[in-house]
Ligand binder design. Structure first.
Ligand code: ATP
Ligand code: MG
Length: 364
């Protein structure tokens, strides 16, 4: 493998993908795919992980596999360049998870900030599934199975990548240099690291119901933009407004391009001018929201249109998933072989071991 550059990333099929996914990860994936700098790109639909907190609702997970695949294709993930795979259909990933479990302590999992935060959000009370606590280990299995060097994800995934790096170091020091330590690749723009929900809550998330979906229809999109959280102290148009914590401006940071001003709001040349007017006073929330609505419509319109085309050919979508899963499985199987050989649990392939046993009992 040497200097191969390999990407793995993915999403949980717990709902359609939203604009937080888009700015946090999807947009970047397509750029990386088109850059031609990567030897292999794997994008995983993490259904097994989704089941760790949806065990009682497999139907939801099952239905959303195709939804997520449609979202991928509609943003421009190209199956000729990227393998799209379904996690549960690659048993090698589960097997790796089981062996890695011995390299991680319970205390370490409990300290993981993302897990802590998600436990809080999901309110499991006293019945946290063991599988949920272990999902960072399964994520390490996914990343290392493909020997990924680069993981483009949102900021919430930072502790997961750190956990993976620890497992890799531990494995390699105990069993020999088999696994590759991945690097996280975060969005470069601050607003995209963790896009807030339309309610102003710290993260847009399917589980919080505060999303704008990529496939949102135009009327619903407009309604959501108009209902967005702004600056609650900005009551009169003439009042000076705050940008800090103002979701409408955070979204403009994430989605606005200068050319949109000429098209939709020629009073300003760029976002800085609009922000200056807002903080000075004299610019009303409605005008900013109207502009944001135009920006979001312009961003989502082509995605929506492409989705519509793929929706007409669902058998093709399944074909893409099947082929991508097969391609990925081959790679994961090779890694699992290497892992088992390094751990010396390859009894039937280990001629030295067999000879040793014969020697031991030769006088029996
Ligand atoms: P769930 O609520 O089921 O956990 P989610 O909305 O958090 O769903 P995930 O499937 O967990 O979505 O996340 C997939 C990818 O999208 C990850 O790389 C994550 O970092 C990124 N991501 C998710 N939400 C955001 C967000 N609001 N801003 C930036 N990136 C995000
Ligand atoms: Mg999540």
């Amino acid at each position: 493998m040497g200097n191969s550059k390999i990407i793995l990333t993915g999403d949980r099929p717990t709902g359609r993908l939203h604009v937080g996914h888009y700015v946090g990860s999807l947009r970047r994936r397509v750029e990386l795919q088109e850059s031609g700098e990567y030897d292999k790109i794997f994008v995983m639909i993490a259904d097994a992980q989704a089941l760790t907190d949806n065990a009682d609702n497999p139907e939801k997970v099952r239905q959303n596999i195709v939804e997520v695949a449609l979202d991928y294709l509609s943003v421009g993930i190209d199956p000729a360049k990227t393998s799209i795979l379904i996690q549960s259909q690659i048993p090698e990933l589960t097997e790796l998870t089981f062996y890695y479990m011995n390299l991680v302590t319970v205390a370490r999992l409990q300290r993981n900030p993302t897990v802590k935060n998600e436990l809080h959000m999901r309110d499991f009370q006293n019945s946290i599934p063991v599988g949920f606590m272990c999902y960072p280990i399964s994520q390490a299995a996914d990343i290392t199975a493909f020997k990924a060097t680069t993981v483009p994800v949102g900021e919430d995934q930072e502790p997961m990548i750190e956990q993976t790096r620890e497992i890799v170091r531990k494995f390699n020091s105990v069993y020999g240099p088999v696994l590759v330590e991945p690097d996280i690749m975060l969005p470069t723009d601050k607003a995209c690291l963790r896009l807030p929900g339309i309610d102003g809550k710290e993260k847009m998330s399917k589980s919080l119901g505060n999303c704008i979906y990529l496939s949102e229809d135009p009327a619903e999109l407009e309604k959501k933009v108009k209902s967005m959280f702004t600056d609650p102290t900005h009551l009169k148009v003439s009042d000076p407004g705050k940008l800090e914590g103002n979701t409408v401006f955070t979204y403009l940071d994430a989605f606005c391009k200068d050319e949109y001003f000429a098209e939709f709001c020629p009073d300003y040349q760029n976002l800085q001018e609009m922000k200056d007017h807002y903080t000075r006073g004299g610019l009303g929330d409605m005008k900013v929201k109207k502009f944001l609505n135009n920006v979001m419509q312009a961003t989502l319109e082509p995605i929506r249109a492409r989705r519509h085309e793929f929706e007409k050919d669902i058998p093709y979508v399944y074909e893409v998933l099947k082929k991508g899963t097969e391609e990925a499985r081959e790679v994961a199987a090779k890694t699992l072989d290497d892992v088992k050989a390094a751990m010396k649990i390859n009894y039937f392939d280990d001629n030295a071991l067999i000879q040793e046993q014969i020697e031991k009992y030769k006088n029996a």
